[in-house]
Design a protein around this ligand. Structure first.
Ligand code: HEC
Length: 156
């Protein structure tokens, strides 16, 4: 291969790496006025995320309530409802558009709810549940600090 060809290969590789970075890692984010990263989604995609969020909030409330009453079965049930099983119907749009860091935080949060459910059943310790929930909720805080959602104009 001549020099020109190698040059072309390098340019193509760089373009490929750039595209991977843009779409695989960064997603389609843009800086928002409040200092966070805005993630543009379709109206339906945004509704899906927010519905999932309200389920997170409801689970947190139910876990606190159940742990307070010492009802470990109810703790485990509430936590499992927002565990990894809740991620199976995630629309392809979200997999494509959410930045990698956000997906990781989201995944870790679902995983921690499953772990919390398991520990509640096996240890039966309300204090342990509250500690795990407090730790897990650092993910809520971190993600809300970093990202917000916007509705992108529908593609033509
Ligand atoms: C991976 C990122 C991420 C994680 C983790 C996360 N959230 Fe969110 N949440 C968001 C984003 C983004 C929004 C939209 C914020 C905006 O556009 O201003 C949101 C919005 C919400 C809303 C508003 C829902 C609505 O209908 O308007 C609630 C409530 C909420 N989150 C609760 C939680 C709770 C509780 C947790 C933790 C158990 C959590 N979230 C974890 C990203 C996350």
């Amino acid at each position: 291969m001549g020099k020109l060809c190698w040059g072309l290969v390098v340019v193509l590789l760089l373009a490929g790496a750039g595209a991977l970075w843009k779409f695989g890692v960064q997603g389609e984010t843009e800086a928002a006025a409040d200092g966070r990263l805005a993630v543009p989604l379709s109206a339906g995609g945004r509704d899906h995320v927010l519905r999932e969020m309200r389920a997170f909030l409801q689970a947190a409330q139910q876990i606190i309530d159940a742990a307070n009453r010492g009802d470990m079965t109810a703790v485990a049930q509430a936590a499992r409802r927002v565990g990894m099983a809740a991620t199976h119907d995630v629309p392809a749009e979200l997999m494509r558009k959410l930045p990698l860091g956000m997906k990781k935080l989201g995944r870790d949060t679902h995983r921690r709810f499953d772990q919390l459910a398991l520990d509640a059943e096996q240890l039966g310790d309300p204090g342990q549940v509250m500690g795990a929930l407090a730790d897990l909720m650092r993910n809520c805080v971190a993600c809300h600090d970093a990202y917000r959602l916007t509705v992108a104009p529908a593609a033509p």
